[in-house]
Design a protein around this ligand. Structure first.
Ligand code: MCA
Ligand code: AMP
Length: 496
């Protein structure tokens, strides 16, 4: 039996999930996910790694569907609930999805595509009652999940993790950060990325704790959760990206002194607050400590590896640093020839361990290129070991942008911009921004001076998720280039 399912049997009567005002026990999750697996299987004995894409509201249904897919032997492909059709279609086509599962509110978005492609569509909400089937045995070496991440190629790649990979990612964190059945965590992160799926949901459920969902992030909603939990025998936990802490601080500062005092008191009761997915500015860490009494635990991870490096749960959480290798994860810093750099010198972070993904979905060459000959995963992040704590210095590629915790490829945005009839050339960069980490901006050369930037924005939002759409455009006559003709992006940044 899959370990996460096995773990759920340990605490059948505990509350597993709170969503849309209802509580669900582990037993309910087991029963309903098994029933859903039976629906997925229909007349088959095993989905045998069929890709099942699901666009489901964050909450009980999301986990039920995910566990149902796993128990039926399929590969879970979570879709972002706010992506435009073009981005959803890319994932569905790239994975050659065989079944699509949607919450009723998303049926209209994907119905025509499913019909056109002959993909089975399951709409939650009015499912037939069918008899529970016996479920297939699932080897932990099987593929479990595909998540899409941007890289130095223009289109996002599907990161394939096996059940073994996921179990390693989960159990390592559960031990390192001491999750317990008393944990009560708030989930406000999107559920098509590791941060929400693994660190928040899977680790908490593995430990027998409780996951409470808000459908999406709002500072008011988060603070309401913080101030409504008064039971002393629960361990409250919160995890978010730096942009969210920035937004929470801004909201906190807009409150009255009395409200602030009450909230600060409530926040002190938390067991743990974590930040990750992007660099946590020291200013944000310090302000948050002042208002919440919590020194954020900053950690470092990646879609391909889950979490790899973390500040200690017990011990010094050093500002501006990501900490040490997690147990079971091997970390090294290397130069361009993959030689380990002397202590104190900058090098690329490379990772080995059971946590490391299996492959990019049907991209053999990209998979080979991302590993060294002796099997180390090349992260593309540059760090230094400073007195036993790793510190991120930057990325080896200027074309990778992190904004709001999302990884974005400048090349992907450029490709799309270049297909606009009024744009003859362009270049996209990320510029430093305290709130978003980096802000996506674009320099464009136009061949039609009547180009309307608002219309361009709408046009872009139809083609890619809004967080990838440039926030600012600068119309230029030419792009700065070096002697080889390559755009000098550092120079370009100075224009913004
Ligand atoms: C949205 N807006 C932005 C951006 N995103 N502006 C600038 N830069 C951006 N990146 C604008 C919108 O256009 C809109 O403006 C306004 O902000 C509100 O948009 P909305 O989408 O509602 O924003 P939000 O809900 O406030 O979202 C901000 C967010 C979200 C909550 C920080 O970006 C988020 O959930 N980020 C987390 C991503 C994540 O989980 N990453 C983990 C992947 P207008 O109204 O003018 O249109 S990394 C990972 O998994 C690895 C393994 C790891 O290490 O964790
Ligand atoms: P993703 O591909 O979305 O999983 O993003 C992974 C990338 O996020 C890493 O390669 C890092 O560049 C970045 N990242 C994650 N955590 C941190 C952190 N604590 N500090 C700086 N960068 C981070």
């Amino acid at each position: 039996m899959l370990k996460i399912i096995n773990q759920a049997h340990q605490n059948p009567n505990n509350t597993a999930i709170v969503s849309a005002g209802k509580s669900y026990s582990y037993q309910a999750l087991l029963d309903e996910s098994q029933a859903f697996a039976s629906i997925l299987l229909a007349n088959q004995a095993d989905l045998s790694e069929s890709r099942v894409a699901f666009m489901v509201v964050a909450g009980f249904d999301y986990v039920k569907v995910q566990w149902g897919i796993w128990q039926a032997g399929g590969i879970a492909v979570p879709l972002c609930t706010t992506h435009p059709l073009a981005s959803l279609q890319y994932v569905i086509e790239d994975t050659a999805t065989e079944i699509i599962v949607v919450s009723p509110e998303y049926e209209a978005i994907l119905k025509d595509l499913a019909t056109e492609k002959g993909i089975r569509l399951i709409v939650l909400g009015n499912l037939p009652t069918i008899s529970i089937k016996s479920l297939p045995p699932i080897a932990s070496t099987r593929r479990a999940m595909i998540l899409y991440t941007s890289g130095t190629t223009n289109l996002p790649k599907g990161v394939v993790t096996t059940h073994n990979n996921l179990e390693a990612q989960i159990s390592t964190l559960v031990n390192a950060w001491e999750y317990t059945p008393k944990d009560h965590i708030l989930c406000i992160l999107p559920l098509h990325h590791v941060h929400g799926i693994i660190n928040v949901i899977s680790c908490t459920l593995w430990a027998g704790g409780k996951v409470e969902f808000l459908p999406n992030f709002s500072a008011e909603g988060v603070f309401k959760f913080f101030s409504s939990k008064t039971t002393e025998d629960e361990n409250l936990v919160f995890m978010a990206v730096p942009t969210i802490y920035f937004k929470l601080i801004a909201h906190f500062e807009s409150l009255s002194n009395e409200e602030q005092r009450a909230l600060s008191k409530d926040m002190k009761r938390f067991r743990l607050m974590v930040s990750g997915s992007a660099a946590l500015p020291v200013s944000v860490m310090e302000k948050w400590e002042t208002i919440s009494g919590h020194r954020l635990l900053e950690r470092y991870g990646m879609t391909e590896i889950g979490m790899a490096i973390s500040n200690p749960y017990h011990g010094e959480r050093r500002a501006g640093h990501i900490g040490q290798a997690l147990p079971g994860v091997d970390v090294r810093l290397v130069d361009e020839e993959n030689n380990i750099v002397p202590k104190g010198e900058a090098g690329e972070i490379q990772i080995k361990g059971a946590n490391v993904f299996q492959e990019y979905w049907q991209k053999k060459e990209a998979t080979e290129n991302t590993f060294t000959e002796d099997g180390w995963f090349k992260t593309g992040d540059v760090a230094v070991d400073e007195d036993g704590y790793y510190k991120i210095l930057g990325r080896s590629s200027i074309d990778i942008i992190k904004s709001g915790g999302y990884k974005i490829s400048a090349l992907e945005i450029e490709e799309v911009l270049r297909t606009h009839s009024a744009i003859s050339d362009c270049s996209v960069v990320g510029i430093d921004n305290e709130e978003w980490g980096e802000l996506v901006v674009a320099a464009i050369i136009v061949n039609d001076s009547s180009l309307d930037i608002n219309a361009l924005n709408t046009w872009m939002r139809e083609r890619m998720p809004s967080y990838r759409v440039p926030r600012r455009y600068k119309i230029v006559d030419e792009l700065p280039r070096n002697a080889m003709g390559k755009v000098t992006k550092n120079e370009l940044k100075q224009l913004f």
